[in-house]
Design a protein around this ligand. Structure first.
Ligand code: DUC
Ligand code: ZN
Ligand code: ZN
Length: 467
């Protein structure tokens, strides 16, 4: 057999226990004790370490065209960085172009990704155009192709109206798919942008003010109502506000299959960051919100009303963030000319595990949020997301004693700064295996460009809020 990981403490979404893991041909083939070491090509002693499933980042934007540029991390840099933070699968977004069938959109991005990815991957399709029967039917082709998750934007140029959103929800339910949503009120956001710019309010703080708690909260609430009307499951991406948490919690209490994702940036920062000298580096959408929202999100993490944590990884260079001061063409910039997004793909699992290590949540909760729940929600639980016999050997060995201060020079993406600079973590991943292959060890990326594979997700059916 290929690999024995012995003497570690295995963490699952429900328990922690000491056992050894046997890996062969990319799979976990046995979990137990007293294996014969001579049966293995390699034996790793994980004494004093935790042994976790690799994280599944359900929300990334690699090589995304946005705001006149392209996000800094391509599929290689992004997945290299993921591996070094213990993430072994990423779900990247495909933006459907007008008139483009969903599967064609997926294949267009797959062609870019397939030779670059260093960990496993899949997609969600951001649906924009369902104006013909053929485009509507192409939702089902996407499900058959192994991509049963869609997203609609309620804001931005590719934002859809409520009727389109409702149609996508209704069809998704019929074909075994889940619809995610980027929820912000488009027209109020546009009105506030116009108002603030006319008043000469141009810095990053006004990005937050134009997308404030209520701008997101109203859209979250409307999205939940639309899902209930359509009798369809819903996934709210990057939930960042208290009103949204309340809407999700209420729906779940009533038994509706409403799920929410939040991101580490909302758990660690508040809107105060936009007052910093380089507040523009923190510009992402939705923006970080006030302390009350952060408290509500943490509470929902603890009580189970937030189901997953993902990154929304979408980094831009400092010089591009500076377009908020002076645009590319040399004319004065403002908060609308800052490309939206921040790096986080390498920080998610270490940050959440560090919070667990500091006692805020349990290690099992961290695994549930970052690995097991995303695998169930997106249709990968028969392949990934847990330490279980028969699943892919996506494994992280975690050193709970290691002190780690995040600095950009220790990260493995292509970005030149990080909003996480200087944050101190308790514990850090020591090694990452993707399908049994060592991709990260002791601070070094050891994987291979192109070694990741696209995973096919099964159909999704949710009758209630439990997974
Ligand atoms: N939000 C971001 O911050 N970046 C890209 C897309 C998005 O919705
Ligand atoms: Zn979004
Ligand atoms: Zn996003």
């Amino acid at each position: 057999m290929d690999l024995l990981i012995k003497n570690g403490t295995i963490v699952t979404a429900t328990e922690m226990y000491k056992a050894d893991i046997a890996v062969d041909k990319e799979k976990i083939v046995n979990i137990g004790c007293s294996f014969n070491e001579s049966d293995f090509d390699e034996v790793v002693d994980a004494s004093g370490k935790l042994v976790l499933p690799g994280a599944i980042d359900g929300h990334t934007h690699l090589a995304l065209e946005f705001g006149g540029t392209i996000s800094t991390d391509d599929y290689y840099a992004g997945t290299r960085s993921a591996a070094c933070g213990g993430t072994t699968t990423v779900f990247d977004f495909v933006n459907q172009a007008e008139g483009e069938k969903m599967v064609d959109a997926i294949k267009r991005r797959e062609a870019i990704a397939c030779n670059d990815v260093a960990v496993d991957y899949s997609f969600h399709v951001a649906v924009y155009d369902i104006s013909t029967e053929e485009l509507m039917d192409s939702l089902e082709e996407s499900v058959e192709y192994g991509v049963p998750s869609f997203k609609v934007f309620m804001v931005y140029d590719n934002g859809v109206d409520d009727g389109t959103f409702f149609k996508v929800l209704s069809r998704a339910k019929e074909i075994g798919a889940l619809v995610g949503v980027h929820a912000e009120n488009k027209t109020v956001n546009e009105y506030l942008i116009d108002k603030y710019l006319k008043e000469g309010k141009t810095d990053a703080w006004w990005h937050y003010m134009a997308k404030n708690e209520r701008v997101e909260g109203e859209a979250d609430t409307r999205a939940v109502n639309l899902a209930i009307m359509a009798d369809a499951p819903l996934y709210i991406a990057h939930l960042a506000d208290e009103q949204g948490v309340k809407a999700v919690t209420e729906a779940r209490l009533k038994g509706y299959p409403v799920f929410a994702e939040t991101c580490p940036q909302y758990l660690n920062f508040t809107s105060e960051v936009y007052k910093r000298e380089r507040g523009r580096d923190f510009v992402c959408s939705p923006p970080m919100k006030d302390q009350a929202s952060q408290d509500a999100i943490w509470e929902a993490i603890t009580n189970g009303n937030i189901t997953t944590v993902a990154t929304d990884h979408c980094p831009f260079l400092k010089a591009e963030k500076d377009w908020g001061i002076v645009k590319k063409d040399g004319t004065p910039g403002n908060f609308t000319t800052i490309p939206n997004g921040c790096a986080g793909i390498e920080n998610m699992y270490p940050y959440i595990l560090s919070e667990a290590n500091k006692g805020r949540i349990s290690f099992s909760k961290a695994v549930e949020l970052c690995a097991t729940n995303p695998s169930k929600l997106f249709g990968l639980d028969d392949q990934k997301g847990a330490i279980r016999v028969g699943l892919d050997a996506d494994i992280v060995i975690y050193d709970p004693e290691k002190e780690f201060t995040i600095t950009n020079d220790k990260m493995h993406g292509d970005t030149d700064h990080t909003i996480w600079e200087g944050i101190e973590l308790k514990g850090y991943p020591e090694a990452t295996y993707c399908r049994g292959n060592l991709v990260f060890k002791d601070g070094e990326f050891l994987g291979k460009r192109g070694a990741g594979k696209r995973v096919k997700c099964h159909k999704l059916h949710f009758d209630g809020p439990s997974l």
